[in-house]
Design a protein around this ligand. Structure first.
Ligand SMILES: [Zn+2]
Ligand SMILES: [Zn+2]
Length: 348
């Protein structure tokens, strides 16, 4: 067996290192995965910038697709050679109060991939079997990767939202999450309004399936949504509490603003805007593995896909920098150069 594999780890905040790590056997209820692709997500900054308490060094990456290479003791339902995905939530425990109630997302003992455990900026990784998702054969690994976080997050939020077919759903932000959110909303049967600043993404938003495009730099998006009858759901995919506040009055009575974009700013909403109209503001955190399976199958069935740029693993730092600069159109995906097996056999 090859003794080491290549990984791009963060050795301290802001510093990537191209290293070789010893190949370990998966522990109980874990699998070892030969990584084929890993998306670069804005939440990777939680690791790279050290926003979470991190035990250094740490390999980031939580949009991981690969094939199971070894099963640890006690793993059931998964097979060596099977193509699987790993997302942000590293796998539920099965015994805490939330798991016992069927709420796997809020499991109290769940690790975050690439934060508490090493993620997918690597040729190999070890993952908990309870967090795995199944990759349909008709999705390539590079195309499937962004669906494991950006896709699951938007699909899950829309799927659990109160909107019904024909209702107006707004997607704020046409970026890594938003460009998927618009496609899912369209294919779920909603009337879709895309909101972004400027006219640069108007044509793209329409091409992705939006019925309406609202330029928030030129018009008040809340007024524009009310002119369309008011949104049942506003999906906030851009970070910043101000985006929630500035669009909130665009909700129809009983509508909900679902925040997916993490940012430090408080969300300033007046109580009359909440009460008169019984509007809600909510957060949504990715989704459980079964919903991940559904996200992947729904994407394959409907042709929803992320616009991606693939780069070799060793260029992870550059890919991350491009994503952080807001220059990715729209998702950077790391791919293993010559196949993980070949490079893993070259000893450092
Ligand atoms: Zn993510
Ligand atoms: Zn649990």
């Amino acid at each position: 067996m090859n003794a080491t594999y290549r990984a791009i780890e963060v050795s301290k905040p802001g510093q990537f290192s191209d290293v070789r790590k010893p190949l370990l056997d998966p522990g109980p209820h874990q699998v070892r995965i030969r990584v084929e692709a890993c998306g670069v997500c804005h939440s990777d900054s939680g690791t790279v910038e050290g926003l979470f308490p991190i035990s250094w060094p740490r390999v980031p990456g939580h949009e991981v697709v690969g094939r199971i290479d070894a099963l640890g003791p006690g793993v059931q339902g998964w097979a060596v050679g099977q193509r699987v995905g790993v997302g942000f939530l590293g796998g539920s425990c099965g015994y805490c109060e939330f798991c016992r109630n069927g709420d796997l997302v809020n499991c109290r003992n769940q690790e975050y991939t690439g934060i508490h455990s090493d993620g997918g900026y690597a040729e190999m990784m070890i993952a908990k079997a309870s967090g795995l998702m199944a990759i349909p054969d008709d999705l390539s690994s590079a195309n499937a990767a962004p669906l494991l976080c950006a896709g699951l997050t938007t699909f899950n939020a829309l799927r659990n939202a109160p909107a019904k077919a024909g209702d107006l759903v707004a997607v704020l932000g046409i970026g890594g999450l938003g460009h998927l959110g618009v496609q899912y909303a369209r294919h779920m049967g909603f009337e879709v309004a895309a909101i972004a600043r400027g006219t640069g993404t108007a044509a793209l938003a329409k091409k992705l399936g939006a019925h309406h495009y609202i330029d928030s730099a030129a018009t008040d998006p809340a007024v524009a949504l009310q002119a369309l009858g008011g949104a049942k759901v506003i999906l906030i995919t851009a970070s910043g509490g101000t985006t929630v506040a500035t669009t909130f009055k665009g909700l129809r009575p009983g509508g909900v603003s679902i925040d997916l974009g993490v940012g430090p700013e408080p969300i300033e909403i007046t109580s009359p805007d909440l009460i008169f109209g019984e509007r809600k503001v909510a957060g949504s955190l990715t989704g459980n593995p079964a919903t991940g399976d559904t996200t992947l199958r729904f994407s394959a069935l409907t042709g929803v896909s992320a616009m991606i740029e693939t780069v070799p693993l060793q260029e992870a730092a550059a890919a991350y920098a491009k994503m952080m600069a807001g220059e990715a159109r729209f998702r950077m995906v790391l791919v293993m150069n010559n196949g993980a097996g070949e490079s893993a056999s070259r000893q450092a």
